[in-house]
Ligand binder design. Structure first.
Ligand SMILES: Cc1cc2nc3c(=O)[nH]c(=O)nc-3n(C[C@H](O)[C@H](O)[C@H](O)COP(=O)(O)OP(=O)(O)OC[C@H]3O[C@@H](n4cnc5c(N)ncnc54)[C@H](O)[C@@H]3O)c2cc1C
Length: 427
């Protein structure tokens, strides 16, 4: 099998454990075969192992090769669409359960980090930054909404308040989520894979699932082996391709890009983000940034619909960074990379079951660091006979993209253009 390397990101360059894991070379039997070693797959595997299942994880490339090893590292509570839109989409008991789970992912990450001693530079505190009065009103409504679900970790920031946490003139206010935060995302995934192995789970790298024979005990084929399982969990998200055509039809891979500066001197780093919080703005096509442990500014933004890799990432993201922090004009960019997330039409996750024994969760639409950790927990609950929370997620409607696979990217880009125009005009 070809050995697929990580993209040349800051995260790959500073990964803790880059041990090679073997490709699957045999016919195996297992309780659960998990396809994909990102957060969804690893979280599911870990919860299942803790419940006593045997678990085999098949990863097409490497642990954290997908979005989980490339993302902005921001622990953001709730979902890509907020709880009010969930309340409009499902019945009240499902909305209540999904609402309670909106704040669980961050707790799971912190619990995992502590229990398995995962070194991933975890920091507390995330800021939503408002560029207009309209966005500020939206944050006020968001605070009231989250409080309705019992979450009281939010603090509104006025213009002076946001200036104390972000040295940028762009914002008129914001909101601090004290239980938001940030991590080195690849090191979190690698730590979780090590935790899976410490409980007896097996992770095969360079082992893509290329075909699934469905049936009472599905048989999952890789190019050099196969796994017979009682259950399959599909966790390939934006990198899954056409393995399961039903899932490809109702989601669209999209790219977003990230750059990392050279290490900043301590004083400059502290002047930009004095409390070391991560920040995302409130635009539809949002910018997100934070400091790394070695004081680089990690800055992301932009969306490429259909996930074509842009030729020059720096030319897309660097101007955004300078618009926020003109004081970084002379700072060198050391890394630039792209990664794919999976967009759904509703921008809400798609969770479900194909037949009796193939479970899936996908499509957190660019906002999945916390959600994927919850998804793993509810899938593990469902496999052990407690499906109430799984069923709540599964009741979220799944829509096919208009225009099918051929036109979904241009149509979505048109939609995004409309929203980004509204952002720019402050509507
Ligand atoms: C650049 C970027 C920045 C982001 N920033 C943030 C952020 O700051 N905060 C936030 O909340 N969210 C963010 N996101 C979204 C978040 O990273 C994702 O929602 C989350 O990581 C998805 O995890 P996953 O495990 O579902 O998918 P992935 O991490 O993509 O993992 C899927 C894995 O499955 C493997 N795979 C696919 N097909 C097969 C197959 N057939 N056989 C075997 N293996 C297979 C892939 O190789 C991959 O390793 C960002 C996404 C990107 C791309």
């Amino acid at each position: 099998m070809p050995n697929t390397p990580y993209p040349a990101s800051y995260y790959a360059a500073t990964a803790n454990m880059t041990k090679e894991r073997p490709a699957l070379q045999e016919a195996k039997q297992t309780d659960v075969c998990v396809i994909g070693a990102g957060y969804t797959g690893l979280s599911t595997a870990l919860f299942l192992l803790e419940k006593g299942f045997s678990v085999t994880v098949l990863e097409a490339a490497k642990v954290g090769f997908g979005a989980s090893g490339r993302n902005g590292g921001q622990i953001v509570n709730s979902y890509s669409r907020d709880l009010d839109s969930i309340e409009r989409s499902v019945d009240s008991s499902a909305a209540k359960l999904i609402g309670q789970m909106a704040f669980e992912g961050g707790r799971i990450i912190r619990e995992r980090v502590a229990r398995y001693n995962i070194q991933c530079d975890l920091k507390d505190g995330g800021v939503f930054a408002a560029l207009s009065q309209k966005q500020m009103h939206h944050l006020e409504a968001q605070k009231a909404l989250w409080e309705r679900y019992g979450y009281h970790q939010l603090e509104l920031l006025d213009e002076q308040g946001i200036k104390r946490v972000v040295a940028s003139d762009r914002y008129i206010g914001g909101m601090l989520d004290k239980q938001g935060g940030h991590i080195h995302p690849l090191n979190l995934a690698l730590g979780e894979a090590a935790a899976v192995e410490s409980l007896g789970g097996v992770v095969y790298e360079n082992s893509p699932a290329v075909r699934i024979e469905r049936g009472e005990q599905p048989l999952i084929h890789t190019p050099t082996g196969n796994v017979r399982a009682k259950f399959v969990v599909v966790a390939g998200n934006a990198y899954l391709g056409d393995l399961i055509p039903e899932l490809a039809a109702k989601s669209m891979p999209c790219g977003t890009q990230v750059i990392a500066t050279e290490p900043l001197d301590d004083e400059l780093a502290r002047s930009l983000l004095p409390q070391d919080y991560c920040v995302e703005d409130c635009n539809y096509l949002l910018d997100y940034y934070r400091l790394s442990a070695d004081k680089r500014l990690i800055y992301g933004g932009g969306v490429v619909y259909g996930a074509r890799d842009p030729a020059d990432i720096e030319s897309i993201i660097h101007p955004k960074m300078l618009k926020t922090f003109p004081q970084l004009a002379k700072v060198r960019i050391d890394y630039a990379w792209t990664g794919n997330f999976l967009l759904t039409l509703s921008r809400l996750p798609q969770v479900g079951r194909l037949g009796n024994n193939i479970y899936y969760s996908q499509g957190c639409s660019g906002h999945g660091v916390t959600y994927t950790h919850v998804a793993g927990k509810v899938i593990a609950e469902a496999l052990s006979g407690q499906a109430e929370r799984f069923d709540a997620f599964a009741s979220l409607p799944h829509y096919p993209f208009p225009g099918g696979q051929r036109f979904q990217a241009p149509l979505s880009a048109l939609g995004a253009l409309y929203y980004s125009l509204r952002d720019r005009l402050g509507f």
